[in-house]
Design a protein around this ligand. Structure first.
Ligand code: FE2
Length: 375
């Protein structure tokens, strides 16, 4: 583990940050360093994932006198690191909802965006429609109806991207965890963007993609779930078509960094390309996320652990490797609704913004370009 020095150091990047701030449509959210002064956290991997020391409680952050300042810092931390982990939390589901909603507000989400009500959230859930239940019992029931694939990596996604206004922040607390297995992995959309050549970035930045929740539509057709026609946390999220068009490259307003916004479960088609071209390009983008384990982090859950992530710039997938008949995996996700996704041409990659070198593969390619070798 490494000490979790902030990604956005004001001294190191003040000049660049000022320039970026002036050029961007939305100024990146700034740290005030109140959180770091009170609570220790560390980097789980160099480019993704931070974890707080044991004993730090979300409830204390929510109830602190300076909670707005602390949550502003936490929003920056989650958006920069993609996902943040806190062990053994006392937090109730009501507090989980308050947490993600206030993180979204700190991050500047529209006033019309609240908490997401998932189109298939069981109205019978003890926590209500704003709880998305993560349950191995439900998975067991639904998996019989899903398209079987031997590739576990088909399940990478970010949450509810079939909505016109998808999620910014989400928090999951597992109340029941298997003794081993059931890990969740996250991947950085910022780092996937870093692996693209300048020419390919330019090409992708003019494109949009259609995202559809066809798995939920299929469960509805089979009579296994009812669909909630909304509004689902935003006036943008209505109807039961569960489909939306988003830019392929998206700017995260909190960091001002670009990321690839296409995921294996919901992104079906790049609209401006033929089907064959779209399949080819999407397969490449998905492979960059699933086959680069240096841009992933894997979390082993303990009971009552909480993960908070930024759905705008991170993908995730669960690992259903334990015995469903012997053990259970159960928790609730609270999901904040953010802005309609956009690309700000003035935004930059994460590494460019932080002044750190591109990944080794990019560096090698750029060197060949610099030497005049044809691409
Ligand atoms: Fe998810």
């Amino acid at each position: 583990m490494t000490a979790d020095t902030p990604e956005s150091q004001p001294v190191k990047t003040a000049g660049a940050l000022k320039t970026r701030t002036q050029a961007l449509k939305v100024a990146p959210l700034q740290r005030n360093y109140s959180l770091d002064a009170l609570y220790k956290h560390w980097k789980v991997q160099p480019h993704i994932g931070s974890e707080f020391d044991e004993g730090v409680q979300i409830r204390d952050i929510l109830n602190a006198k300076n909670s707005d300042a602390l949550l502003q810092d936490l929003a920056v931390l989650v958006s920069e690191r993609n996902v943040v982990f806190l062990r053994n939390q006392d937090v109730t589901f009501e507090e989980q909802k308050e947490l993600v909603d206030r993180l979204g507000i700190a991050g500047g989400k529209p006033a019309s965006s609240g908490l997401h009500k998932h189109p298939v959230s069981e109205s019978s859930s003890e926590f209500g429609q704003e709880a998305y239940v993560i349950s191995s019992e439900l998975d067991k029931r639904n998996s019989a109806y899903n398209t079987a694939s031997e590739l576990h990596s088909t399940q990478w996604h970010s949450d509810v991207t079939f909505e016109g206004a998808p999620s910014d922040y989400a928090a999951l607390k597992l109340r029941v965890a298997p003794p081993e297995g059931g890990d969740t992995l996250w991947a950085s959309a910022y780092e996937i963007y870093e692996r693209l050549s300048p020419a390919f970035r330019l090409f992708l930045e003019g494109l949009t993609a259609t995202h559809t929740g066809d798995g939920f539509l299929a469960l509805n057709r089979l009579g296994l779930v009812n669909l909630n026609s909304g509004p689902r946390g935003s006036p943008e999220n209505v109807g039961v078509h569960l489909s939306a068009v988003h830019p392929v490259i998206r700017t995260n307003p909190v960091t001002g960094w670009k990321g690839v916004f296409a995921n294996k479960i919901f992104t079906k088609r790049i609209n401006e390309l033929s089907k064959d071209e779209s399949d080819l390009v999407l397969a490449h983008l998905f492979n960059l996320g699933t086959q680069n384990h240096d841009l992933q982090v894997r979390f082993k859950w303990g009971v009552n652990d909480v993960a908070i992530w930024d759905n705008r710039s991170a993908f995730h997938t669960a690992t259903l490797d334990f015995d469903f008949d012997a053990f259970e995996r159960l928790g609730e996700r609270a999901t904040s609704v953010g802005e309609r996704p956009y690309l700000d041409p003035a935004s930059t990659s994460r590494r460019e913004a932080l002044g750190i070198a591109p990944p080794p593969s990019r560096r090698a390619h750029l060197a060949t370009l610099g030497a005049g070798v044809k691409n």
